[in-house]
Design a protein around this ligand. Structure first.
Ligand SMILES: [Zn+2]
Length: 590
């Protein structure tokens, strides 16, 4: 017989809070990727520790041993049943230690002789040591017998209360703040001007790591640089790079053109010229393009490839003959584009999130055997977060994270509808095993922002959150999608229930097949249209006939007339806006 003491069981909930903050403090897509990997990795380390004594069991999320990069599926929160109240403290220590040692590896490798400087060491220690200490929250409670939903409810409520008493570590951060987070003091060394230090460091680290004018704190520096170290540490196929925004924007165009000798020729010409002037000009591309590292997408825009830009990025001066040479290259590029079409300057950031997941996890409707229900639930979520990665094999999308029911990804504009539909279908397929009171299953919502490649990334990351939470979830009542298009100073936002998406996909096809864009402008002109569904449908069909050539209309009649279904879900003005979105997206197709 085991002693009474050993039979005790505890429910343990652990959270590494505020991943969004870290992911959204980004100037490069690589920062979002770094932030996401860091959170997954540290939580995963904590989970492994919780199971170490062989008595513990993770109940949410589910983990698989088959996957090599398994930690990438790890959300920032887990729940376990454990055998000792000592374990949570040990888990916390392991996570903090792992973070500190990753950071110190980065320091050793990247800062070289600057490591050891007393001023730098002081800032480093203060920032690194407090960062995750402020973000770890856990709750541990004894349970009796099998895990019941009441236990789950109790532990979640307790954790929420625990989070309201925030972990605040008092630190004083000096005036000059990090250009990435804007919160913490920049790294510096004794006896050296800050600007001088960063210029020296940037040169030492090689191109492509620190931008001109960037000055980072210890945390942001580690976030930017730790992926390579983690990759070596794990000996796993982990991508340390992330495609740049412009490379995602142009990826369908590059994929289409990549075999053409003229394309390869102009690419080599641009690259050689830029590299000759010390410009860091390459990026990896989404894996669907099949090209790996290539000329960064921005340099395919003739209005980007200017002498001023080259001088700025290469920190050099172009001679008269070099300027002439560049002019010639730009002319060749323009000629190529004249035949091949213009590469898109826009791309999309999309965020997906399961609706009311807290309620589904608590399983308030489950009468018996909650433990079995939870098992099924965590399996479904796990399968979703693994399967959803397949989107990278079918489109030029690139995932920042897919942990739990959350997905954040970048994709070219032309893929927005396809990606939205695909992710939603993947979620619903995997969630079919979970049934609610009304025989319903969990649903998912999506927010997307379409933006210019030069639009500030941190701002897009904030907006996508708002599009998802405020528009798709609150205003449209969940199980919905919403899209915001940012063009110049204009922000347009609209969305609807998922049924509309199918119609918009068809509309996009109709525009490619010859439906005139004028129909949209015409609809906006008739904004005063009376709000009667039949009348709106009738007027829309009349406009369809007017704005399509007879032959084209005859060939696509069924599909085109099907667009009138949009009035089942939207009034005239909303339909006009949504169709204009389909048109914008179609225009970016290559
Ligand atoms: Zn910072």
């Amino acid at each position: 017989m085991k002693k009474e003491e050993e039979m005790k069981r505890y429910i343990f909930l652990f959270e590494l809070a505020s991943p969004h903050e870290m992911i959204s403090q980004a100037r490069k897509t690589r920062d979002t990727w770094g932030g996401s990997v860091l959170y997954s990795y540290l939580t995963w380390k904590g989970m492994k520790k919780a199971m170490e004594d062989g008595m513990g069991e993770i109940v949410l999320p589910q983990l698989s041993d088959k996957d090599k990069t398994k930690f990438l599926h790890t959300p920032n929160i887990f729940t376990a049943v454990i055998s000792s109240p000592q374990i949570p403290g040990e888990v916390e220590r392991v996570v903090l230690k792992e973070w500190e040692s990753l950071a110190s590896e980065v320091k050793k490798k990247e800062l070289g002789e600057f490591a050891g400087d007393p001023v730098l060491e002081k800032i480093w220690k203060r920032q690194i040591n407090s960062f995750f200490r402020e973000r770890i929250y856990w709750v541990c409670m004894e349970i009796e017998g099998e895990l019941e939903k009441e236990d789950f409810l109790r532990v979640s409520e307790y954790e929420a209360a625990r989070k309201r008493m925030r972990n605040m570590i008092q630190t004083v951060e000096e005036e000059i703040k990090c250009t990435l987070c804007g919160k913490r003091e920049v790294l510096r060394v004794s006896g050296k001007d800050i600007r001088e230090f960063w210029t020296e460091l940037r040169e030492k680290m090689g191109v492509g790591n620190i931008r001109k004018g960037e000055r980072l704190c210890a945390v942001c520096f580690v976030k930017r640089m730790f992926l390579k170290i983690l990759k070596d540490l794990l000996k796993e196929s982990l991508s340390e790079e992330f495609p740049s925004v412009s490379s995602i924007a142009v990826s369908p165009w590059v994929k289409k053109e990549k075999e053409k000798p003229e394309f390869r020729k102009i690419t080599t010409r641009i690259k050689k010229f830029l590299q000759g002037k010390g410009v860091f000009c390459t990026s990896i591309y989404p894996s669907f393009t099949g090209i790996g590292e290539w000329l960064d997408g921005a340099w395919y825009y003739p209005d980007y490839l200017t002498p001023e830009r080259v001088e700025k990025e290469g920190e050099c001066e172009l001679s008269g003959s070099e300027r002439k040479k560049l002019e010639k290259i730009v002319r060749e590029l323009k000629d190529f584009i004249k035949n091949a079409g213009v590469p898109s300057k826009y791309l999309a950031l999309m965020k997906f999130d399961g609706d009311r997941m807290g309620r589904w996890i608590r399983g308030e409707h489950v009468e018996v055997n909650y433990r079995e229900y939870l098992q099924r639930f965590s399996e479904a979520i796990f399968n979703f977060s693994r399967e959803v990665r397949e989107i990278e094999k079918n489109t030029c999308a690139r995932i920042v994270y897919a942990g739990g029911d959350d997905v954040l990804l970048f994709c070219p504009v032309e893929d927005v509808f396809k990606v939205a539909r695909w992710v939603r279908e993947c979620f619903e397929r995997n969630m079919q095993t979970i049934k609610g009171e009304m025989d319903d299953s969990p649903t998912i919502s999506c927010g997307a922002v379409i933006f210019h490649h030069l639009y500030p990334l941190y701002s897009v990351l904030e907006r996508v959150e708002d599009v998802l939470e405020r528009t798709a979830k609150e205003e449209l009542g969940r199980n919905a999608f919403a899209i915001e298009i940012i063009k110049g100073k204009e922000h347009k936002r609209e969305g609807g229930k998922w049924e509309i998406l199918e119609i918009l996909e068809k509309a996009k096809e109709c525009f490619s097949e010859g439906l005139s864009p004028r129909i949209v402008y015409h609809m906006f002109e008739e904004e005063e249209m009376e709000n009667v569904k039949e009348a709106q449908e009738k007027e829309f069909l009349r406009l369809l006939g007017r704005h399509t050539e007879k032959e084209v209309f005859r060939k696509n009649q069924e599909k085109m007339e099907g667009l009138a279904d949009i009035f089942k879900y939207a009034d005239w003005k909303k339909a006009a806006t949504l169709l204009s979105f389909a048109l914008t997206i179609q225009k970016e197709e290559r």
